[in-house]
Structure formats: structure tokens, C-alpha cells
Design a protein around this ligand. Structure first.
Ligand code: C5P
Length: 404
């Protein structure tokens, strides 16, 4: 997540009765850590599962549970609380609360402030699988969607009641990701983005190999930003220790050849290709099928290298290539080498990492190389930079005027 990516956002977090209330403690922490202010409102039933004191401590604000709360001077909690919000999130959203929302019932503080809102409403259902599958619930959810309400989840799996099926609330991290995504402009709606990220690993023998220090952070941040911008995202990742961004299709590979093959298989379905991976330029010709041993005469092993395919150049050379974006990490003279590399790889846009070593760091500074010249973007953490780069890419798409 970017540093304070929800700064300036004010959320009303409405909790209704359900065991998933325990997940909202963590969700509140994630939201406030990202810079959002969170005003918790709870139904009477929610207070049976977790106390308002806990939620007050985590949100740093008094919690509202009653329509008749004397702390609101004009006694219009339902109006005042919803007017301040950029969005209302109901999590967990019980069967009963979804039914009330679908029918416009306003018989307590939370349901009344939902009906009185003039901001977006997101609901995160949590219930037993039979309650979720009940035709009445399904009718109500369809109605909520038709009314423009965002329904996040539910997940599938083990339930608190011991049964297994649909209805589990999304985990706090996934709920956070869905909320963060909701606030991003959908500048890549309808687009399909294929990315490579991380290093490759070129084996020497069954236990050893050659790799590099790419952490994959920049590629994963771009995949997350593209997904949040509304694109379908396929991420081909070398060996990295990173979680898959929410909503992104991930394919793990080891070698440059495997990365190349995965990309070439997928690319006909994509309209943007972003090559962020630090792909090994060479691999050993013959990988030993047994661990190479030291010999008695201490002879050093020798390896013959062969060149790996250039994935970016291969994609750019296709008869109908997607919009191709390359990355470059140079150890010097980026201004010259960046543009040279862009032309050599025949891509419309190449992003050069400024600074000798950005691998593994959390922030980065880049120059954009394109035919009309070079532009420098300000230093930022990789996630903030990823959003900026996705906006730059969206603006340069050949039919950019077709999207809003
Ligand atoms: O040639 P160099 O490795 O500096 O180029 C960097 C760009 O080319 C990156 O976008 C990288 O992902 C891509 N590349 C590739 N296949 C290679 C080598 C680099 O796609 N074999």
C-alpha cells in the first residue's frame, strides 16, 4: 500500500450484527494507517459482538450506536454523519441489514443514515451460506446492485458455524484493497494489462543458479495500480517474496525462457504490455542435471552462456503489438542510454530508474522516454509512483480519447 493513500478520505464504517465484527478491528486499523478518518456507527446487534470501546480506541473517535445520541447538538445524527462521508462502508453487512437496505427501511441510526446519504455506499456481506443463498437474500443483493450499491465479496470457505460455503466476509486486507480500489479513478476500465515483474532465476545445476536483486516491488505496485484503475491484470512474476495484489491474475515462473513463453501465450488477449522484470540476459547453455562437485584437482567449473530471448522486444515486434512499456535500470548516463534503449526495443514509452540502485527500495524516481522527449517524475514511494505511471500510460494509449 502507498504511504497514506487514503489521506483526506472520511469513511463512515457501519457495523451490523455478526461474528465477522472481529475482522472490523483490523480493517479499522488498516484504514486509519492509510490516512483515512473512520467514523464508526454500530447497530445494537453489532455491540453484542465487539464493544464500542474497542472500536473507539481503534478509530480514535467516539462511536455512534443510537439515533437519539445526545452528543449531536441538532439531534440529526443520521444527516450529520452521512454528510461528512466520502463513502459509507457497511462491514459486516448482515442478512437483515441487506434486506433493510434493499427496501429502504430506516428504523435505527445506521439504516437511517444509509437512506439519508448523498455519498457512495459499499456493503461487505457476512453470513451463513444458507442465509446467503436464500432466494430472498439473493433478490435483495441484486436490488442493491441495481441501486448502484457496491457489494464486496462475500468470500467462500470455512464459516464460524462450522459449515463451508459462500458467505464469509472478505478478510480485512481484501476489504481494505476493495475500498482503496473504489476510490481510484477507473482510467483503464475495459483495458487488459499484461506485466512482468521481479528477477528471473537461471539454473546452473539442480541447486544453484544466477539471479539478480530485483525485489518485484515496482512491478507488483504497477499491477495493483492497473487493477485499481479498472483493468484486467495478468502478472507474470519471477521468484519474489510478495503477496499477489488483490484482483490480479498471477503466474509464477523461474527462468527468462519461461517468462517469455508465458508472455507470448497470454499477449494476444492484452492491449497493454509493461515489462518491469529484470530479465537475465544470459543463461548457461547446458544445465547440469546433478549438483556440480568440487574435484580433487580443484579444477574450476566453466560455463558457456547463451543469450535469453528479449521478451519486450519480441512483444514489440508482433504484427499487432499491444501498447508496450519498458523499464531500464542503468548504472550511468541514463539520459542517453534510456532513449537509445527505447529506440532499440521499438517501444513508444520507456521508464528509466534514476539512481544507481533502486532494487529492493521502497521509493523510486524515474524519467519517461518517448519520441517527443524525456520527462522526469518526482521521487515517490513505489505505489504512489505506480499510480502516476498508470495515469501517464493511460494518457498515451492510441485510443485514449475513447476512455474517460
Ligand atoms: O535491456 P535491458 O534489460 O536493460 O532492458 C530493460 C527492459 O527490457 C525491461 O522492460 C525488461 O523487462 C525488458 N527485457 C525483457 N527481456 C529481456 C531483457 C529485458 O523483456 N531478455
Amino acid at each position: 500500500m502507498a504511504t497514506a493513500e487514503l489521506t483526506g478520505k472520511h469513511l463512515v464504517l457501519g457495523m451490523t450484527g455478526g461474528i465477522a465484527c472481529y475482522k472490523i478491528a483490523e480493517l479499522t486499523r488498516l484504514l486509519t494507517k492509510a490516512g483515512a478518518t473512520v467514523q464508526v456507527a454500530m447497530t445494537e446487534a453489532a455491540t453484542q459482538f465487539i464493544t464500542p470501546v474497542t472500536m473507539q480506541a481503534l478509530s480514535g473517535r467516539p462511536v455512534y450506536t443510537s439515533q437519539w445520541d445526545a452528543r449531536i447538538p441538532n439531534n440529526m445524527a443520521h444527516i450529520d454523519l452521512s454528510r461528512e462521508a466520502d463513502a459509507i462502508v457497511i462491514a459486516p453487512a448482515s442478512t437483515d441489514f441487506l434486506a433493510k437496505l434493499a427496501h429502504g427501511i430506516a428504523d435505527d441510526l445506521l439504516s437511517t443514515l444509509c437512506v439519508a446519504r448523498d455519498c457512495p455506499l459499499l456493503v461487505v456481506p457476512a453470513m451463513n451460506r444458507q442465509m446467503w443463498m436464500n432466494p430472498a437474500t439473493q433478490r435483495n443483493v441484486a436490488q442493491l446492485r441495481a441501486d448502484g450499491i457496491e457489494v464486496l465479496g462475500p468470500d467462500s470457505g470455512a464459516q464460524a458455524c462450522g459449515e463451508v460455503g459462500d458467505g464469509r466476509m472478505l478478510e480485512p486486507e481484501a476489504t481494505y484493497e476493495a475500498i482503496a480500489s473504489f476510490f481510484q479513478p477507473k482510467i483503464l476500465a475495459g483495458r487488459r494489462v499484461l506485466l512482468t515483474a521481479g528477477p528471473t532465476f537461471e539454473p546452473l545445476d539442480p541447486v544453484r543458479g544466477i539471479t539478480n536483486r530485483s525485489s518485484g516491488k515496482m512491478g507488483f505496485a504497477l499491477a495493483r495500480a492497473a487493477q485499481q484503475a479498472g483493468a484486467d491484470v495478468h502478472l507474470v512474476a519471477g521468484p519474489v517474496a510478495l503477496d499477489t495484489p488483490w484482483g490480479v491474475l498471477r503466474e509464477d515462473v523461474q527462468t527468462a525462457q519461461q517468462m517469455h513463453d508465458a508472455v507470448m501465450r497470454a499477449v494476444p488477449d492484452y492491449d497493454i504490455f509493461i515489462g518491469v522484470a529484470a530479465v537475465a540476459d544470459w543463461r548457461v547453455d547446458q544445465v547440469s542435471d546433478h549438483k556440480i562437485k568440487k574435484t580433487a584437482d580443484k579444477a574450476l567449473p566453466t560455463f558457456t552462456f547463451v543469450e535469453n530471448p528479449d521478451i519486450l522486444a519480441s512483444v514489440a515486434k508482433l504484427p499487432h503489438p499491444p501498447f508496450c512499456v519498458g523499464f531500464a535500470a542503468e548504472s550511468g548516463n541514463l539520459e542517453v542510454h534510456g532513449e537509445e534503449k527505447r529506440v532499440r526495443k521499438s517501444v513508444p514509452l520507456l521508464i528509466g530508474n534514476l539512481g544507481p540502485q533502486t532494487f529492493g527500495l521502497d521509493d523510486n524516481e524515474v524519467i519517461l522516454f518517448e519520441a517527443k522527449g524525456a520527462t522526469r517524475l518526482p521521487r515517490a514511494d513505489k505505489q504512489t509512483l505506480a499510480h502516476a505511471l498508470i495515469a501517464e500510460i493511460a494518457r498515451r494509449l492510441p485510443d485514449a480519447s475513447l476512455i474517460s
